[in-house]
Design a protein around this ligand. Sequence first.
Ligand code: DX5
Ligand code: ZN
Length: 223
Amino acid sequence: MTARIAPSILSADFAKLGQEVADVIHAGADWIHFDVMDNHYVPNLTIGPMVCQAIRPYTTAPIDVHLMVEPVDSLIPMFAKAGANYITFHPEASKHIDRSLSLIRDNGCKAGLVLNPGTPLQCLDFVMDKLDMILLMSVNPGFGGQSFIPSTLEKIKQVRARIDAYRNNGGQEILLEVDGGIKVDNIAKVYAAGADTFVAGSAIFGQKNYAEVIQQMRSEIAK
Ligand code: DX5
Ligand code: ZN
């Protein structure tokens, strides 16, 4: 399984964000994970479409926009215009999940749902055909630098089984991304449970040598 490393710029130096984006991709990362918080759905406030547009020229790598906002729909076209490639949102933050997912694809982006540690899997049931990715939170959303919640491993296995069964029945490929508390010393477990895309914020931007951490993560997965 191909493993994608998606550094979360939440832990980057915001005073030089464009350079951070370029540096981390140059260091071997695959995607840029872009955390949007609104001080309403989560108790923190970060960055919006203007910042997405500002960093867009610094890389050709996919920008993976994680919306922790409520409501979600009005921001979808704005992020699509700002250069987002993936847009994911939390089901409880949209009154009409199916409509929001369609809106993302209609705006030319890949669509995904994000499930918090305590969110059950049932919300996936009737929208599998509208998903390009499922993002499982392994911390409660709102802050970088939290510890990985171990019960996520079982949830990853269950979602991996669903995705595989769906694809074996003729369904499209759906990526399985995990976000929160991923480090060099636990990424192998997350991979073994079935994830293919790994968000890491503090683990990467907390070190001086991004290339070294990313390389260590890849070799943990390859073991
Ligand atoms: C949390 C964010 C994460 C966070 C990950 O709400 O969605 O993307 O930045 O940061 P670390 O890797 O430090 O847990
Ligand atoms: Zn995130």
